[in-house]
Design a protein around this ligand. Structure first.
Ligand code: MN
Length: 317
């Protein structure tokens, strides 16, 4: 069940939130995943499932009367307030010794989920599965969409000590740049490429997946965060953007990019990380059932559920 958990309990944190980007509908992702039967599927894998309804972000929205851009940042007050609430919720579940499973919603939410994890497991590593690096800073982002920025805040990069986020995100970096690994990248902005290089961040793009195979890539990722020690004992937060998968596998997502992970490669990552026994939190983000025809939406939801089951112990044999 995982060496850092007190019991085999998963706490589902449903986050119907789309404020970190422009397209509507990604806020319906968590409802769709739960309606598809994900809680029951996890029970069938032997988990006790805690789920008391989705997060009530409308309440937070009501407290924000105007949310003008700050610099180029879009909806900064809303994203800050929502991610702060998510951090508190994830922290609470992690402190109880349960595994928080956050269903998004857009990937800005991960500023909250990873912050919450790190408050309890301060030495946790972050494994980020995505077509995108989401490491723009408020200075480098061209769109101002904050779903492209959560990692820069976690690393405390220059330009992230800004209002309103500095009201709750510590100025001191939450995560060291050598505690982060990417898998699946293939669409990186110029500013992001420089950040990845300057900070010597370990990133396995699709080129590396092709070159080494997914098995070796996951090995190397775990070696990296565990300092090449043969002991694989570091807590791991898995943040999985469904757009890491190829659009033929998971079409219904806001920023699809061709040339992605196959169905099996995505599942292999989840299975291998579960096998370490070190997972302390799982995010599944950017499922947007409203974008395409029902058939494509249903396919993406089914794949999302299946990825989560793989991260929670489902095996082929
Ligand atoms: Mn992405």
């Amino acid at each position: 069940m995982g060496r850092f958990l007190k019991e085999k309990t998963v706490a589902i944190v449903g986050c119907p939130f789309s404020g970190g980007q422009r397209r509507t509908g990604v806020d319906t992702g968590p409802h769709a995943l739960v309606s598809a039967g994900l809680p029951k599927q996890l029970e069938e894998l032997g988990w006790k499932v805690e789920f008391n309804g989705h997060q009530k972000f409308e309440e937070i929205g009501k407290t924000i009367t105007s949310d003008a851009d700050i610099g180029v940042m879009k909806q900064p007050r809303l994203v800050s307030a929502v991610t702060k609430a998510v951090a508190d919720t994830v922290e609470k579940h992690a402190r109880a010794g349960h595994l928080p499973l956050t269903l998004g919603g857009d990937h800005s939410l991960a500023l909250g989920t990873v912050s919450g994890s790190l408050r309890v497991h301060s030495d946790a590593a972050l494994i980020w599965i995505d077509a995108h690096a989401d490491i723009n800073t408020p200075e480098t982002t061209e769109t101002g969409n904050l779903h492209g920025c959560p990692v820069s805040f976690l690393l405390g990069l220059p330009g992230t000590d800004v209002e309103p986020f500095n009201s709750w995100v510590p100025a001191k970096p939450l995560l060291r740049s050598d505690s982060l690994v990417y898998i699946g990248l293939r669409d990186i902005d110029a500013g992001e490429r420089k950040i990845l290089r300057d900070n010597n961040i370990k990133a396995f793009s699709m080129h590396h997946v092709d070159k080494y195979g997914i098995g070796k890539v996951v090995e190397m990722a775990l070696d990296h965060v565990n300092g090449n020690s043969s002991r694989r004992d570091r807590p791991v937060h898995l943040s999985f953007d469904v757009d890491a998968l190829d659009p033929t596998v998971a079409p219904s997502t806001g920023t699809p990019v061709r040339g992605g992970l196959t169905f099996r490669e995505g599942h292999y990552i989840c299975e291998a990380l579960y096998e370490t026994g070190c997972l302390v939190a799982v995010d599944l983000m950017e499922v947007n059932p409203s974008l395409l025809e029902d058939r494509d939406a249903q396919q993406t939801i089914a794949v999302g559920c299946s990825l989560v089951r793989a991260a929670m112990g489902e095996t082929l044999l």
